[in-house]
Design a protein around this ligand. Structure first.
Ligand code: G6P
Length: 368
């Protein structure tokens, strides 16, 4: 097994460590020397790109969570309205797809039955369909109008890691592509963001070096029955993925909440010692997030915060801090998810779970 996993005890840990390489490959030649974004594989002209009035992103599972990040990014950078939907909901809800809607389907395998059905639904209703997928020649690539590959390489562990981060990266690149096509961003402004993206792989490497700290936290809380993940804005999208990772491989009941929703229900479940992972990477929302953290602390929950760089305000409010390398808040999802992947991994190992093949789950769900 260790040989198959190139020295790692599980595919999941190997794949977590492959993220810097996967991210570099996915950016590759799509970022030009001048810092602009180009997708040579796209057949759409800049005029066609400019013509879209709305984007719908459709996916399942982890890919859906990448879509949630995508919504923030596309709306923020390109000021285009974006809806994100679960493929299993989208296909049955008689979606309103007016002319000029671009459908983006995201799927690691390119084979998920619901996502494929959603793609067909969108096409039948006259949408252009762009697929973001990791498997060359998969069913989804054969039916989509346009295909962008994530170059994550084969992902074996059921719990998706490197596919997610590369999908998220593609969302940033698409946001920039749209923003440039719409004339909303100069090449200099685009270059500022692409430079930041190019620095991400090295920063992910730095996070991976902190794995003993994360393992310690995971082991310490591995006997709990529940865990909560809180965040606002982009952090909320990352919280969703963090909770999914933990529940799928460690079987701990984990829920993600938009931090502002805490008082509308979840707070009733916060009792002494319940671990709450607070994502605290969004500068403009930090104060609000910290007031939610105070509500958790007042009920004696245990708070683990994930923040950018050393932050005394955060450190003073929580029990444990995982400090990410410094980076602008907008790219934080690409960093913040990594400790959550490691936290889920080490928790599952501590609980003796079958990390790569969790019970009842399949890597690719090709039947409904
Ligand atoms: C399964 C996998 C998940 C994955 C989801 C969507 O449930 O266990 O890890 O996120 O399918 O898969 P896709 O291949 O479409 O991204």
């Amino acid at each position: 097994r260790a040989a198959e996993c190139e020295g790692y005890p599980h595919f999941m840990l190997k794949e977590i460590h492959e993220q810097p390489r996967a991210l570099r490959d996915t950016m590759g030649s799509r970022i030009t020397a001048a810092g602009d974004v180009v997708f040579e594989e796209l057949k759409m002209t800049p005029e066609e790109l400019r013509g879209f009035r709305k984007v719908v992103i459709v996916a399942c599972g982890t890919a859906y969570h990448a879509g949630l990040v995508g919504r923030y990014i596309l709306e923020k950078l390109a000021r285009i309205p974006v809806e994100v939907d679960l493929a299993s909901e989208f296909r049955y809800r008689d979606p309103l797809l007016e002319p000029g809607t671009l459908a983006i389907v995201i799927s690691q395998s390119g084979e998920t039955a619901d996502t494929l059905a959603a793609l067909r639904e969108a096409k039948e209703r006259g949408c252009r369909v762009l697929a973001v997928t990791n498997v060359v020649g998969s069913s989804i690539t054969r039916e989509a109008d346009e295909v962008i590959y994530t170059w994550a390489g084969p992902e074996i562990a059921v719990a998706s890691t490197k596919a997610y981060t590369t999908q998220v990266l593609v969302m940033y690149l698409l946001g920039l592509l749209f923003a440039r096509a719409q004339g909303l961003m100069s090449i200099e402004e685009a270059a500022e963001i692409t430079t930041t993206l190019q620095e991400i792989p090295a920063k992910v490497e730095e996070i991976l070096e902190q794995k003993d700290l994360i393992r310690g936290l995971a082991e310490r809380y591995s006997d709990r029955e529940d865990a909560f993940f809180l965040g606002r804005g982009l952090d909320y999208a990352v919280a969703m993925e963090g909770a999914l990772k933990l529940k799928e491989i460690s079987y701990i009941h984990a829920e993600a909440y938009a931090a502002g929703e805490l008082k509308h229900g979840t707070l009733a479940l916060i009792v002494e010692g319940v671990p709450v992972i607070a994502l605290a990477t969004q500068d403009d929302l930090l104060e609000k997030l910290l007031s939610n953290v105070k509500e958790v602390k007042a009920r004696h929950g245990t708070v683990i915060a994930v923040c950018l760089g050393e932050n005394e305000d955060v450190a003073g409010s929580v029990d444990h801090v995982i400090a990410l390398p410094e980076a602008p808040s907008i790219v934080a999802p690409l960093l913040a998810v990594v400790p959550l992947q490691l936290f889920a991994y080490y928790t599952a190992v501590a609980r003796g779970c079958d990390v790569d093949k969790p019970r009842n789950l399949a890597k690719s769900v090709t039947v409904e």
